[in-house]
Design a protein around this ligand. Structure first.
Ligand code: UD1
Length: 418
């Protein structure tokens, strides 16, 4: 098992580039199953989750070629409609192939997905939507089977603006007869990227980025050439790294509008944030002030940045309150941060964080992707060494994290075993 050893105390300086967005490339790869054509996708990050999605696609019969960060998917030979338990459990986002397979072939059989240990993550909204479009849903022996002779466009109203459900339904609807309307849709930027990809294949989708998406179907889909948007969570993580180490870092390849909630919180905490067209410079003071925050669907503060922002609060002046409104159990990092000396109390979905002057390095264990990023940030500011175990969780969503941080002056090493 690989670990990171981080020696804290260095101010980060320099420039770092965000990679393509994990949460955009995963649905886009899934969407490439909708077509017999060829999808050429640029800016694909080298992530464990992307590797898993490529395995899923290959297993289903797609042919994949990789050339650096360019991935080509040929969907002409896709034939399998069943996703094994093994692949599904490796990554929750594997469930995103359900909409495309159901849309293209009228049938899909998939095991219940796995993924981060951040609370129960049901699929009821995805399945209710498929059923409203005319699919029959059966659940047996841990598998979900959705099938239909043909999908029919309809009006859907999501109980919660689920990102995955909006994506799955949008993809399936490109092959449904007539118009599909998704109300209370997720508004995340990754939905806009998926819409752009689908439209370049030949679909007719509009409204992504708002809470009302309209899809006209069915359309014949062909080939596409698409560049994935930058990863706003990765960019936000480097922004916090700069602020919390009292550093001075320019983050390149960012769409500033996508990280507005993080910019606002960092400014409130006393960091200087200068925004240019596609880069952001963050300068941290010697000590930040604490902030309160509540996670919400986009454009609210992202749940995927909650753990990292909590690290900032552990060493800020004053007390801050975090309220996690998207996931029910997303405080797995708290026990590990406490081991490093943090003063955090949890009451239900609320965490009260009292700032202390400094964290202290020790052995900690990563439980999920963003918790992992948070522990690395904590290591960067802790006294002495922090040994971070189970870093494969971090590799799911951060491309070369330790290399990028080292280039900014951080002392971080990946080691095997010991
Ligand atoms: C996506 C992101 C993840 C992010 C999350 C919220 C990807 C690959 N992952 O995950 O990084 O943290 O959005 O921004 O894009 N829910 C239901 N029923 C459903 C579906 C969801 O109750 O059928 C609930 C979930 O349990 C959770 C909430 O809705 O509490 C948000 O989930 P959702 O937006 O679906 O997240 P994901 O698409 O899984």
């Amino acid at each position: 098992m690989e670990k990171f050893i981080v020696i804290g105390g260095k101010r980060l300086k320099g420039s770092v580039r965000a990679s393509g967005a994990k949460n955009a490339i995963l649905p886009i790869l899934a969407a490439s199953l909708l077509t017999k054509g060829v999808s050429v996708i640029h800016e694909v990050p080298a992530l464990l989750d992307v590797q898993v999605m490529k395995e899923v696609l290959k297993y289903l019969g797609a042919r994949i070629k990789c050339d650096g960060s360019i991935v080509t998917v040929d969907g002409s030979k896709v034939s399998s409609l069943e996703i094994s338990e093994d692949l599904m459990r490796k990554m929750r986002a594997s469930n995103l192939v359900m909409g495309p397979l159901l849309g293209r072939f009228g049938k899909v059989k998939a095991a219940y997905p796995g993924g981060c240990a951040i609370g129960s993550r049901p699929m009821d909204l995805h399945l209710k939507g498929f059923a409203a479009m005319g699919a029959s849903i059966t659940e047996k022996h841990g598998y979900i089977i959705a099938e239909t002779d043909s999908l029919t466009g309809t009006e859907l109203h999501l109980d919660f603006p689920s990102v995955g459900a909006t994506e799955n339904l949008m993809m399936a609807a490109t092959q449904a007869k007539g118009q599909t309307i998704i109300r209370n849709a997720a508004k995340e930027p990754e939905l806009v990227d998926l819409q752009n990809f689908l439209n370049s294949l030949g679909a007719r989708v509009r409204g992504a980025g708002t809470d009302l998406i309209k899809i006209e179907g069915p359309t014949e889909l062909g080939s596409a050439d698409h560049t994935v948007i930058p990863d706003r969570v990765e960019a936000g993580t480097y922004m916090i790294a700069a602020a919390v180490t009292g550093g001075d870092v320019i983050i390149q390849n960012v769409i500033p509008e996508h990280v507005e909630a993080v910019i606002a919180k960092l400014r409130e905490a006393g960091a200087r944030v200068e925004v240019a067209e596609d880069n952001i410079r963050v300068t941290g003071p010697s000590r930040l002030k604490s902030v309160d925050l509540k996670t919400l669907p986009y454009p609210g503060f992202p749940t995927d940045m909650q753990a990292q922002m909590m690290v900032l609060m552990t060493v800020a002046q004053g007390t801050g309150v975090v309220s996690e409104a998207v996931f029910e159990n997303r405080y797995k990092h708290v026990d590990e941060l406490r081991r490093m000396g943090a003063d955090i109390k949890i009451e239900g979905r609320v965490a009260i964080v009292k700032g202390i002057p400094q964290l202290s390095g020790t052995f900690v264990e990563v439980t999920d992707l963003r918790a992992g990023a948070a522990l690395v940030l904590a290591g960067l500011i802790a006294e002495d060494a922090t040994v971070i175990e189970n870093v494969w969780h971090i590799d799911r969503g951060y491309e070369h994290l330790e290399r990028k941080l080292s280039l900014l002056g951080a002392r971080i090493m990946r080691v095997n075993g010991i």
